[in-house]
Design a protein. Sequence first.
Length: 157
Amino acid sequence: MQQLAVEKRTVPVLVRFEDGQELRGDLFLSRTAKRRAGQETVLDYLNEAEEFFPLKVADDKSVRMINKRRVIAVEVAAAIEFEDEEATKAGAKQERMTVIFKTHHRLSGTGYIEMPPQKSRIIDFLNQGTQFFLMKDGGTAHVCNRKQISYVIPGGD
């Protein structure tokens, strides 16, 4: 019997959880994104409808099924997340912000607001329908869970 398989690539990430735990491991991403041109990104992957995702843990190579609702943010190298940056972020408005999560963990960086001009305020961006959004701080991209945020400071600290 022939098996059908979708070719995947592994992407190293750090997953931060609401209880303070952190797990380093690899996500399995598709070579093509479902809803746009280019490779699937961590942001694309986490915004899919499934509530759980597999993570191959770096320390022991085991696979864990991660509950998205318990994730506050996933860190990935910006060079990996923004490989197709010209294609995906070219028209995005960039806004500096600091995000304070329910856990008191804080992240500062640049958010990419890809919305119509009349809906391009930070409040509109935070209230849009996807669960996760992208921030960049230097060489690191943070894929943040909106449902884990206590508040956001526009412009940063």
